[in-house]
Ligand binder design. Structure first.
Ligand code: NAD
Length: 276
């Protein structure tokens, strides 16, 4: 990792922050990129206080113009990108149904915030789809250009458990992450001759801001969904952000130099368990 320039989108988020700090400790120079400028700068500050090199960069992964400005700033302050981690993403209530299974009673439910599959609007679905898929595609278009012709460059995408089998209630997020896994393989093939490896992590369940409302109630107790997840995770717990570090370091380092196009589950055994 020594002196490698790592661009980490969504770097101000829970998982991104942990990965940024870990890679900086290995000697990488971090461009912590996030829509929330203060969050990105806070993570960069934390890294600098620990003796690392980092800058916080504000950018929108859905805007090419904003990403190009970020690229210019990163190039000036740290150099050209060697490693891109596409961490920005997440779900949104606008792409979520209220119930797991449709029932006849659901069709008569007139509560304003109750949503069946038939109530989902395409705008909500598009928001989730774009954030996860287009929000990975655009940064890849911008920062992979920096990597062409250089050595030891790679891209790490963040897929999810729901890419293998969709999770109930969140059709947009599940579809978008399935697209990320598929795109990871596509990119791995496309970039193979120019030496850019492309892989993905598929995290299981980590309690973070994007899923807190689904997994815990107002008092912080597990919801029915939260309990089901733990019951279906053989290791019996949520992931800790630190659980992603080892695989990230491996996929971004020379130890995986013949590995490209893989999606690695980091899920405490969730994807291996049929539930019975
Ligand atoms: P998070 O909400 O803490 O972090 C996401 C970050 O992305 C936030 O800092 C947010 O400001 C930033 N962001 C949002 N929109 C952006 C935009 N348009 N441009 C730039 N930045 C933007 O979530 P997290 O749990 O740390 O998730 C990180 C990644 O891991 C996401 O792709 C998520 O889908 C994925 N993931 C999370 C889990 C989990 O259990 N938490 C599981 C599987 C996959």
């Amino acid at each position: 990792m020594n002196n490698k320039v790592v661009v980490l989108t969504g770097g101000g988020g829970v998982l991104g922050r942990t990965l940024a700090i870990a890679l900086a400790k290995k000697g990488a120079k971090l461009a912590v990129l996030d829509l929330r400028k203060e969050a990105a700068e806070k993570v960069a500050e934390e890294i600098k206080q620990q003796g690392g090199t980092a800058i916080g960069v504000s950018a929108d992964v859905l805007s090419k113009k904003s990403l190009l400005e970020a690229q210019k700033e990163i190039q000036l302050k740290l150099g050209s990108c060697d490693i891109l981690i596409n961490g920005a993403g997440g779900n949104h209530p606008k792409g979520t149904t209220s119930n797991t299974h449709l029932t006849l009673e659901d069709l008569e439910n007139n509560e304003s915030d109750f949503k069946t599959f038939f109530d989902l609007d395409s705008e909500g679905i598009q928001f989730v789809f774009n954030l996860n898929f287009i929000g990975t595609l655009l940064p890849t278009q911008i920062f992979a250009k920096d990597m062409v012709g250089k050595k030891d460059c790679c891209i790490l995408n963040i897929s999810s458990m729901n890419a293998f089998t969709p999770l109930t209630k969140i059709p947009a997020y599940s579809g978008a992450k399935a697209a990320i896994s598929n795109f990871t393989q596509w990119l791995a093939v496309h970039f193979a001759k120019v030496g850019i490896r492309v892989n993905a992590l598929a995290p299981g369940f980590f309690l973070t801001d994007q899923n807190r409302a689904l997994l815990t109630d107002a008092e912080g107790n597990p919801t029915k969904r939260g309990k089901t997840i733990i019951e279906h995770t053989p290791m019996g717990r949520y992931g800790e952000p630190e659980d992603l570090i080892g695989t990230t370091e491996w996929l971004c380092g020379s130890g995986s130099k013949f590995v490209t196009g893989v999606v690695i589950p980091i899920d405490g055994g969730f994807s291996a368990f049929s539930g019975v």
